[in-house]
Write a protein that binds this ligand. Structure first.
Ligand SMILES: [Zn+2]
Length: 451
């Protein structure tokens, strides 16, 4: 906090109100009487069930749990499910909202130009605000591909932002371009990875050479890859743009592995997806951004053979907003539209992908993504008590959530046993100040861009 105070302006410090509600070991938290959707393999819903939390951990999921002295969250008439897992994001682009206007402002030129003007304080503001947006909509974990690290201070700002927001995250550490001008600072990344933060872990945002025959660049990339591999740190890499050749290069150079997550691969060949699956690697797909930037249609049936697969937001401003409901809905509607088959997909499959599937994609499924004893308490409670979800008298709850729910319907969010959103409001956050700071940072960035 002291180091932060020296670096952060007063307005940002005002956002860091150290107030929280926790399930403590001596005062357990009991979510009572909700419609429980555990998302465990083969797990059944409990129409009137309870979830008991002690400290940071779920200790029981069942019916009529009796726990003297527990703090009660009444979930009657509400849906209780694991927090969503955003398998791939770029939270640093949050303050570029409204900048991507098709012909007049394509994503990559605009984000590169504005990103180059961002100072550590801008990074902090964007990532903190973006992470709050995610958890406000029930996303409790994010795999953040931070590809704008321009020096250790930028990485520190991003790490602090994720930690202060209270979201579970992997911060994939990466430079702002594909040249060797900004190789990953492996000394600093090593120090950051050793922080032992309970929620924020470090991985490698791995970027392939733009020219895939540039062996000098590959030598730098190979060193980064081996650094992560040797430490058991997760790796994410985009397969987009020159996607086919990139995927082929990853296969030929034997880089696919269980700790590696590929991102996009929208039109990958069947043989490539088989190689990915065979190597135990995972895939993050980001329907909103993939279709937004014209990678093609994100068709779920294309990825039927992939075992570890999850949804990502891929940058709140590019996707429009950090909204997992909209992400699932677009994927569902694209499939039924493209196949002219109203019966596809099964709504529950999308909810599984957005929770346990995302956790499996990130290698975090032992900790999060489902409601079962021993998992960390990462939970969202959705209230249908609003016009957008009105008129539900039974039927398929998964279909109700998939087609009708929106972030504002998320009433309560718990991360690692801590209540971060309650009664529809974020705890310990001065929202007006957060929004004003984000706007100031966005305006200053644009000013710097034209100077
Ligand atoms: Zn991305």
């Amino acid at each position: 906090m002291l180091a932060l105070s020296r670096r952060m302006p007063a307005a940002l410090l005002a956002m860091l109100v150290p107030l929280a509600t926790w399930a403590s070991a001596d005062r357990p938290l009991l979510i009572r009487d909700g419609y429980i959707m555990p998302m465990t393999p083969g797990g059944q819903d409990l129409p009137r069930g309870d979830v008991l939390i002690r400290g940071d951990t779920i200790v029981a999921v069942g019916e009529k749990l009796s726990v003297p002295d527990a703090e009660i969250i009444d979930a009657k008439g509400r849906f209780v499910l694991p927090g969503f897992v955003d398998a791939h994001s770029h939270l640093w682009v949050t303050t570029l909202r409204g900048q991507f206007r098709n012909a007049g402002g394509k994503f990559f030129p605009v984000s590169n130009a504005l990103g180059s003007k961002m100072q550590p304080d801008d990074i902090y503001t964007a990532m903190y605000t973006g992470a709050l947006e995610l958890l406000n909509g029930g996303i409790t974990t994010s795999g953040d591909f931070f590809d704008n690290v321009r020096g250790p201070a930028w990485a520190e700002a991003g790490f602090s932002a994720l930690r202060d927001a209270g979201i579970r995250a992997i911060m994939y550490y990466g430079g702002p371009d594909k040249s060797t001008r900004f190789p990953v600072d492996l000394n600093h990344a090593t120090a950051l990875a050793a922080r032992q933060d309970p929620l924020v872990k470090v991985g490698l945002a791995w970027r392939l050479p733009r020219q895939l025959n540039d062996e000098q660049n590959w030598a730098v990339r190979d060193r980064e890859y081996r650094w992560a591999k040797a430490r058991g740190l997760p790796i994410q890499v985009h397969v987009s743009g020159d996607a086919d050749a990139m995927f082929e290069a990853l296969i030929a150079r034997r880089y696919l592995a269980p700790s590696v997550t590929l991102v996009h691969a929208t039109n990958a060949r069947a043989s490539q997806l088989q190689a990915l699956n065979h190597a135990g690697a995972s895939l993050a797909i980001t329907p909103l951004s993939e279709q937004r930037v014209g990678y093609g249609l994100t068709r779920l049936d294309h990825f039927d053979g992939v075992t570890r697969i999850g949804f990502g937001i891929d940058g709140n401003s590019l996707a429009g907003s950090g909204d997992m409901f909209a992400t699932m809905r677009l994927a569902a509607l694209t499939l039924s539209g493209a196949t002219a088959d109203e019966s596809r997909p099964d709504p529950r499959q999308l909810l599984i992908m957005a929770t346990r599937g995302g956790a499996e994609t990130l290698g975090l499924d032992k900790e999060t993504g489902s409601l079962a004893p021993g998992k960390r308490a990462d939970i969202q409670i959705i209230s249908p008590d609003s016009l957008t979800m009105s008129g539900y008298g039974g039927g398929d709850p998964a279909a109700l959530l998939l087609y009708s729910a929106q972030p504002h319907n998320v009433a309560t969010v718990i991360i690692n046993g801590r209540i971060v959103k309650q009664d529809g409001k974020l705890n310990a956050v001065d929202l007006a100040e957060v929004l004003a700071t984000a706007q100031r940072s966005a305006e200053a960035l644009q000013q710097r861009a034209v100077e």
